[in-house]
Design a protein around this ligand. Sequence first.
Ligand SMILES: [Fe+2]
Length: 75
Amino acid sequence: MHHENGARRSFEWSYATKKMHKALFEQAFAAVDQGRDAELGPVQVCEMCGYTLEGDAPDKCPVCGAKKETFRAFS
Ligand SMILES: [Fe+2]
């Protein structure tokens, strides 16, 4: 039972991350569609866990604790 709960939690966490990615990409695509792609700054993605944010990479990933160097920038 505990095992199942853990699996469900990790599933929900990964679902939330995907939803966040989707929102960011939709924002980027909408900006490109309207010819104003400069509005979205560089996007940083944590290669360890997939955490994504707009702007500068944090010193440490707030989700998995990976170092700044683990982030990859997409602009
Ligand atoms: Fe991370």
